[in-house]
Design a binder for this molecule. Structure first.
Ligand code: FMN
Length: 179
């Protein structure tokens, strides 16, 4: 049976939105920004995919999910994150863990994706001063690949947004449809 699916996202510089649009195309699902989406509409769906970007160690869509958990708890919930940190680095799991309590993590299927960084507005540049300094110190004391990738992610331009990275998420959603 086909699951009634929706893709929701929160994006500031476009990469999380780009992934959401590709997901919508591949799954034949409607795509909405969380900002302006009325949570009551969640009753229409069985499978809810929510994408957020990592902003100073937290997934931006986490508050939306926690606030609307009553409406989501009986559905299949998939979360994807988009970050400067390469998926697979332990830091990405730390972001996920600090964004959602265990009770929610047990019910969520999580897919980390790699993002893009081209420019930041003044407010974000200011916000990044603290993690930049902290990461610079970490780089001196413990220069792991994860720390290096996070540091590069907020100091250098990069674009790792690729449609093929969505394949595991799409396959997972399609596997639910035949249940
Ligand atoms: C203010 C700010 C804070 C960020 N903090 C982190 C972070 O803590 N860890 C990380 O891996 N990436 C971080 N990033 C990188 C973003 O997660 C990445 O650029 C993402 O692709 C942005 O998503 P968007 O294009 O949908 O807005 C940060 C970017 C900005 C602008």
């Amino acid at each position: 049976m086909n699951k009634r699916t929706v893709v929701l996202y929160q994006s500031k510089y476009g990469s999380t939105k780009q992934y959401a649009e590709w997901l919508g195309e591949s799954l034949g699902a409607p795509v909405f920004s969380i900002d302006g989406f009325s949570p009551e509409k969640l009753v229409r769906y069985d499978l809810v995919i929510v994408g957020g970007w990592i902003r100073i160690g937290k997934i931006t869509c986490a508050d939306f999910i926690a606030e609307n958990w009553n409406l989501l708890k009986d559905k299949q919930v998939v979360v994807y994150s988009v970050s400067a940190t390469k998926p697979g680095e332990p830091e990405v799991l730390d972001f996920y863990k600090s964004s959602f309590p265990l009770a929610l993590r047990e019910r969520i299927r999580f897919f980390p994706l790699w993002g893009r960084f081209r420019s930041a507005d003044m407010a974000d540049k200011f916000l990044m001063l603290v993690p930049k300094t902290a990461l610079r110190i970490k780089l001196l004391l413990a220069p792991t690949e994860g720390v290096r990738s996070r540091y590069q992610g907020i100091t250098e331009r990069f674009d790792h947004v690729e449609r093929t990275a969505l394949q595991p998420l799409i396959e997972y959603c399609k596997s639910l449809e035949v249940l």
